[in-house]
Design a protein around this ligand. Structure first.
Ligand code: PPS
Length: 307
């Protein structure tokens, strides 16, 4: 399938098990699937725009015992490489010796906590070695409406993704799961159902927003770490939206404008709960709620829609 980006560039997408993925990911599928996870690996799993960058920074801060300078060693995409990103090597700008080996090579050479946005039938799409090794998974879920809004603006500014069209058009695309990484409903439902059968810490974006220290402490305990209260306070401060928006290691300002045009929309856009209210019409909201009820029927998951 070829779609057009905001710049008019053709974006090639392919499907795996009914889930749309970037064609580079699908072309590298067998290598991704044969990735050898180690038993102490931690995989961060999210649906796009659910707070991936936020939790990545939190995990790194915990791992570095709150040492801000260490977390400045390189951009977040290199500290937590995405396993599904099959990209050619990138030139090193920071001198960090792994930067030139982005992607699978970087993962297997150093095994930092990795991330994935893979979705749908998660047991089929994740490299099986993660399950076989009983690895830990950190899942962050964000309410569907805010995810949709965030993803819409992301597709407007990210020229590696299809042009989202109008908000009305995107609304249909999103509820039908015709976005890269597939349906929000399948993703969230799938991980929610798996959470008690594996080592999965299931977090909510809205909870982190409401009480960051409480949620960061949970992550710390899940990682088997024990940090002082003062360090936890520092991590809360350093991972606030305001700090991360100004931080070149997290705000994607190092990404070329031809890939992400932040004059269209910032990567760190609003970072709030409930921005959907500024986008959804009353009719769209009613329709969405009805679809949500049907698609999520039988699950016990509960989302906070505003703070
Ligand atoms: S991506 O492209 O899928 O990796 O994007 P992801 O990082 O998952 O999600 C981006 C949204 O998360 C918001 N964000 C934050 N919110 C609160 N606090 C912090 N520290 C934070 N960091 C990132 C970011 O602003 C995007 O949401 P929106 O609603 O678009 O602002």
């Amino acid at each position: 399938m070829a779609l057009t980006s905001e710049l008019g560039k053709q974006i090639k997408l392919k499907e795996v098990e009914g889930t749309l993925l970037q064609s580079a990911t699908v072309d590298n599928w067998s290598q991704i699937q044969s990735f050898e996870a180690k038993p102490d690996d931690l995989l961060i799993c999210t649906y796009p725009k659910a707070g991936t960058t936020w939790i990545q920074e939190i995990v790194d801060m915990i791992e570095q015992n709150g040492d801000v300078e260490k977390c400045q060693r390189t951009i977040i995409q290199h500290r937590h490489p995405f396993i599904e990103w099959a990209r050619p090597p990138q030139p090193s700008e920071t001198g960090f010796h792994h930067v030139a080996q982005v992607g699978l090579e970087l993962l297997s050479s150093s095994n930092p906590p990795a991330s994935t946005s893979q979705s749908a039938k998660i047991t089929d799409l994740l490299p099986p070695s993660f399950w076989e090794n009983n690895c830990k998974f950190l899942y962050v879920a964000r309410n569907a409406k805010d995810c949709m809004v965030s993803y819409y603006h992301f597709q407007r500014m990210n020229h590696m993704l299809p042009d989202p069209g109008t908000w009305e058009e995107y609304f249909e695309t999103f509820i039908n799961g015709k976005v890269v990484w597939g349906s929000w409903f399948d993703h969230v439902k799938g991980w929610w159902e798996m959470k008690d059968r594996h080592q999965i810490l299931f977090l909510f974006y809205e909870d982190i927003k409401r009480d960051p220290k409480h949620e960061i402490r949970k992550v710390m305990q899940f990682m088997g770490k024990n940090l002082d209260e003062t360090v936890l306070d520092k991590i809360v401060q350093e991972t606030s939206f305001e700090k991360m928006k100004e931080n070149p290691m997290t705000n994607r300002s190092t990404v070329s404008k031809s890939i992400m045009d932040q004059s269209i929309s910032s990567f760190m856009r609003k970072g709030t709960v409930g921005d959907w209210k500024n986008h959804f019409t009353v009719a769209q909201n009613e329709r969405f709620d009805e679809i949500y009820r049907k698609k999520m029927e039988g699950t016990s998951i509960n989302f906070c829609m505003e703070l």
